[in-house]
Design a protein around this ligand. Structure first.
Ligand SMILES: N[C@@H](CCC(=O)N[C@@H](CS)C(=O)NCC(=O)O)C(=O)O
Length: 151
């Protein structure tokens, strides 16, 4: 394992983009709440009772869209945190690692924009999903092949 220091640019970049992605995931709760307030659609009777003419509904198209985008973040971003950190221990070039972290973060933000903020026709979401997915796959393969000799 290559020693990883917090002073290295690639490590600092990983920490920065990890923080940005964490905030991005948190922002999905606000996006969902905003959509619920706008559509007056809630998941619990006590929430609906707190707003005039609101209803309990589980199939509102716009609310569900934001919820799916949130779930998609949860299916993908935690893997970036794990594999990105492990990838740093394989001794990648700083320029490559920083580019991967930047592109990954931009892709995930774009995924939310084209899915839940301003829905766009495919392949917009497919690309915004696929590029970060390829980066995670690349980091996973790099980690697995780097440590293959351990077996
Ligand atoms: N859990 C995902 C797995 C595949 C995936 O993540 N596809 C991307 C690109 S098409 C996506 O944005 N899926 C929409 C979603 O997760 O709601 C799904 O059900 O679609």
């Amino acid at each position: 394992m290559v020693p990883v220091s917090i002073t290295e640019p690639a490590v600092r970049s990983f920490l920065f983009y990890s923080g940005v992605l964490g905030l991005k995931v948190l922002s999905m709760a606000f996006l969902t709440a905003r959509q619920r307030m706008k559509k007056k659609v809630f998941a619990n009777p006590e929430d609906a009772a707190a707003k005039k003419s609101a209803v309990v509904k589980f199939d509102d198209e716009d609310v569900e869209r934001v919820r799916r985008a949130h779930l998609n973040d949860l299916e993908n971003i935690p893997l970036f945190w794990v594999l990105g950190g492990l990838y740093l221990t394989t001794g990648p070039s700083a320029a490559t690692a920083i580019t991967l972290f930047r592109v990954y973060t931009a892709g995930r933000i774009l995924h939310t924009i084209v899915y839940a903020v301003t829905p766009l026709p495919q392949p917009a979401r497919g690309i915004a999903f696929g590029v970060p997915m390829m980066i995670t796959l690349y980091m996973g393969v790099t980690v697995a092949s780097h440590y293959l000799s351990a077996f």
